[in-house]
Design a protein around this ligand. Sequence first.
Ligand SMILES: [Fe+2]
Ligand SMILES: [Fe+2]
Length: 301
Amino acid sequence: MRHHSSKPCSPTPCAAVAAPLAPGDSAPPQPTSCFPALHAPDRVRALPGSRADFCRLLGLTVDGDIGGTLLAGIDDRTLQPLALLMPHLLCGEESATIAFSRFRDDATDGEHGGHGSNDFGTDFGTDLGRNFTRDFTRDGEAAARASRVWSAIAADECFHEYMLTHLVQALAADTLPSAAHNRRAASLFFLRLKSRDALTHFARICALDCFVSRILAALQQRHSRLHRHLPLMAMLSKIRIDESRHVSLTRRYLIEQQLPANRLQSERRWVAERFQAFLSPYLGAYEELGVDPDALLKCLH
Ligand SMILES: [Fe+2]
Ligand SMILES: [Fe+2]
């Protein structure tokens, strides 16, 4: 395996303001579980506001060719690994959209003094919902704060999912022979991250967001084959910056909730081990994109 001499990727600072869904967007469908069900059909959604935001990000008019713009000038050697890897990111965004929509709804419920009308779905269990409801019912101010944070993150995740859906469709990644296996592997990975303990669950999401932002940073480095493709870079950059901000917000929330630092670290290690194992069959694809696999693994710790 040929290794490039890239440095380990470093955490990225959080800076930009998220692009919220524009007024008039249709609301995302109500989630039925905290992670996407296996074999879930593609959740391709029409969010007119998201389209406007996405076109603006790509420098297009609202009726522009998003897929064509994203892939303009990308050669076959780059398209293949991209088609293999991008569905993982999409799967992660689907999970995140569902999860944060639920957290937002539950916090909003607590903010208004609700008593657990949340429905966390059968495959997630109800303990997490009970935890939230108990905490938020006790502390309406905390619920209001959490509601604001989770709403902002849910809007980001929804937009990420929207953008990646376009990319995966443009890549025709869903039609590849490996697509079903690829998607199943990613779904299982995300399902296994869940915890019935709310703070543990958030700590794992926090770690995962951090790792994803590092992978995106690696894909954007100068030696990456994607580096020259500005529309694609703009999209990945937007997601990376948002994810970095999510890490800060979630970490702050966990500290406020007095999750001990060593628990944060142990959950991070727990996620890192599993994420590294999940990624190992795909390191060759990252290498084809110009990302040093060793450096990639090193930054996931
Ligand atoms: Fe995201
Ligand atoms: Fe996120």
